[in-house]
Design a protein around this ligand. Structure first.
Ligand SMILES: [Fe+2]
Ligand SMILES: [Fe+2]
Length: 155
């Protein structure tokens, strides 16, 4: 009866990162919606650029600074996450072949976030010491999400 599946339990220190992931998944939704509505890729890119500079880049930086060291650079899952950060950074910076690039961003950002939420963060919160969790809590600056209302192309 009903849905008895429990939501993934996230340690309170890590919850701000998960809230940022929610905004990332929303970006993918906005891109899909824009494409469906025939919005130009140039217009989508303009919003993507704003999102990357103001939200995604600081998010990647803080993950790399405070979350990933819990497992260390030699861990296979960290290697994968770091290479996805590099790949996504390159895709957001791409200025040609916009159609192809934006479709890749939509697909790969979505996949990256789901990997972190379902696998990587589970392991990090399991392995982190109380001191590490405290540090994550203290130093990660959660960015309030203030929508860029200049160009809401998905509406
Ligand atoms: Fe990440
Ligand atoms: Fe992330």
């Amino acid at each position: 009866m009903g849905n008895t599946r429990k939501p993934l339990k996230r340690h309170k220190s890590i919850q701000p990162f998960s809230r940022e992931h929610h905004q990332g998944l929303l970006l993918c939704w906005k891109i899909r919606k824009g494409i469906q509505n025939g919005v130009s890729y140039k217009k989508i890119k303009k919003y993507n650029d704003w999102f990357f500079e103001n939200h995604l880049k600081p998010h990647f930086d803080d993950e790399e600074k405070y979350m990933f060291p819990v497992l260390g650079d030699n861990h296979e899952m960290i290697k994968k996450a770091l290479s996805e950060h590099r790949r996504l950074t390159r895709l957001f910076g791409e200025t040609t072949s916009l159609e192809k690039t934006i479709n890749h961003i939509e697909e790969e950002l979505d996949r990256h976030i789901r990997f972190e939420e379902r696998e990587l963060f589970m392991l990090i919160q399991e392995k982190a010491t109380p001191e590490e969790l405290k540090k994550i809590d203290e130093f990660h600056q959660e960015l309030d999400f203030i929508e860029n209302t200049k160009d809401k192309y998905w509406e």
